[in-house]
Design a protein around this ligand. Structure first.
Ligand code: NAD
Length: 442
């Protein structure tokens, strides 16, 4: 154990930097500051830095009052990496998207590590939290610092990988009560990482090495992607057989062992489930292994918006209408309930597919008042009786908890519900995702 750094961590005297203040980095910086550390948040996005400096939060799980309490006291923010020379710990939370060829884009990690390396002093602990394929931390952080600075890992600097498992919008599980998996490059690295996280996380799960920690996160999200794909495929199968998938899932979920509940939907979104499995399959391909499960799940999930549109075509057809010139309202454009994140949202794809087919599309979202779509700013409509009456079809694409679905049902001509939020009202105006449309009598 490095006694100087470990004492600093124990006494909360270690200065901690968080690089990348987004959905992951900002809550982490807040948690560290709340637990007593002096935290320095670094982000290249001037707009975010300015918002934080004016005491405003842009992350849904963090209230502006929290920022107001911490800013310029326990939490300082800026875009300048020179601060790294003053830090004892640097935690990296930058994006790991896919590039146009649908391959891992590690440029954000590379860029931030380049800056960190430039100002890095000896005895600093670096932790990567961004999701990535096994081997990244070693290749892009450890090797690059050893080569460029002639520092020795475990002696001159310390490195861990600890995947962020935060679920934005989740009211029950947060950073402190979600077990934290961590792998270290050496025994000392791991011990330091455990010491840091155990000061604000209830349960730490150490693993034998960094690659295992990197793989844990990919496994978790691949597991979700594949299971969601299974129910999405079953939804389409059961539509043909004429069985209600939602009822099947509810009944199957009563089994107290050996079954995990996943629901179908209009597709998957966000920065994790659609992307993380691709990081794994890309890495596997490098070793000449082809993950058929991952590719198949990705294929099924990414085709769900098209399935939704095909059901919409059938619904309108039954009403003697077609998509062209229909007035369609999407309720919810965020990729999942109770958050304001539009990244990879299937609702946006449905929006565009319907517009391409000539529909006039509007949306309503209690979390997103406007967004830019194909260079055009689109605003959420007001939800009134008169406005609802104007639509030929309402599609529920995201199941935010603060929406009055009963009001929507009673004032709409017909509602296509891809999230099963309307069945409890037993209205004949509601059609669930996966229902066999031709058997529908309106
Ligand atoms: N969003 C989630 O639910 C979630 C959950 C678990 C893990 N993750 C992973 O965490 C990582 C971050 O995701 P996120 O959702 O917080 O992304 P985000 O886009 O919300 O935030 C990333 C931040 O990093 C900043 N940034 C980019 N390059 C930078 C650089 N060179 N230096 C400093 N700042 C830089 C961006 O400006 C942005 O503010 C990703 O790897 C993601 O897969 C995300």
């Amino acid at each position: 154990m490095d006694h100087i750094l470990s004492e600093k961590i124990k006494n909360k005297e270690a200065k901690v930097g968080v690089v990348g203040l987004g959905y992951v980095g900002l809550p982490l910086a807040v948690e560290l500051a709340n637990s007593g550390f002096n935290v320095f948040g670094i982000d290249i996005c001037e707009e975010k830095i300015n918002m934080l400096k004016s005491k405003k939060s842009y992350v849904i799980d963090i209230n502006s009052e929290v920022i107001e309490e911490l800013i310029d006291k326990k939490l300082s923010v800026g875009s300048d990496f020179t601060i790294v020379s003053n830090l004892d710990i640097v935690i990296i939370c930058v994006p790991t998207p896919l590039n146009e060829a649908k391959e891992p884009d590690l440029s954000y990690i590379v860029d931030s590590v380049k800056e960190i390396r430039r100002y890095l002093k000896k005895r600093t602990l670096i932790i990567l939290e961004s999701t990535t394929y096994p081997g990244t931390t070693e290749e892009l952080i450890i090797n690059s610092i050893e080569e460029e600075k002639s520092f020795k890992i475990g002696k001159d600097f310390f490195v861990c990988y600890s995947p962020e498992r935060v679920d934005p919008g989740n009211k029950k599980f947060n950073i402190t009560n979600t077990p934290k998996v961590i792998g270290g490059a050496t025994k000392t690295c791991l011990e330091l990482g455990i010491l840091l996280y155990s000061s604000f996380v209830e349960k730490i799960v150490p693993v034998s090495c960094i690659k295992v920690a990197e793989m844990v996160k990919l496994f978790e999200n691949t597991f979700r992607s594949i299971n969601i794909a299974l129910v999405n495929e079953l939804t389409q199968t059961l539509e043909r057989i004429g069985i209600n998938i939602w009822e099947v899932i509810d009944a199957a979920s009563t089994k107290p062992f050996g079954f995990f509940t996943f629901y179908p939907g209009p597709g998957i979104g966000g920065h994790c489930i659609p992307l993380d499995p691709i990081y794994l399959s890309w890495k596997a391909k490098k070793s000449n292994y082809y993950n058929r499960f991952i590719e198949l799940a990705s294929d099924i999930n990414s085709n769900m918006p098209r399935y939704v549109v095909s059901q919409v075509t059938d619904i309108l057809n039954n009403l003697g209408k077609c998509i062209r010139e229909s007035n369609i309202l999407l309720v919810g454009v965020a990729y999942k309930k109770d958050i304001d994140d539009l990244r990879e949202s299937p609702a946006i794809e449905i929006f565009n597919l319907l517009e391409e087919k000539g529909a006039s599309v509007s949306y309503y979202d209690t979390y997103i008042s406007y967004f830019t779509n194909n260079g055009k700013v689109v605003y959420s409509i007001e939800l009134t009786e008169e406005i609802l009456n104007e639509f030929d079809l309402v599609i529920i694409t995201t199941n935010h908890s603060n929406i009055d679905y009963e009001f929507i049902l009673s004032n709409s001509e017909i509602v296509y519900d891809t999230r099963n939020v309307t069945s409890k009202y037993s209205s004949d105006k509601s059609i669930l995702l996966g229902r066999h449309i031709n058997s529908y009598t309106h």
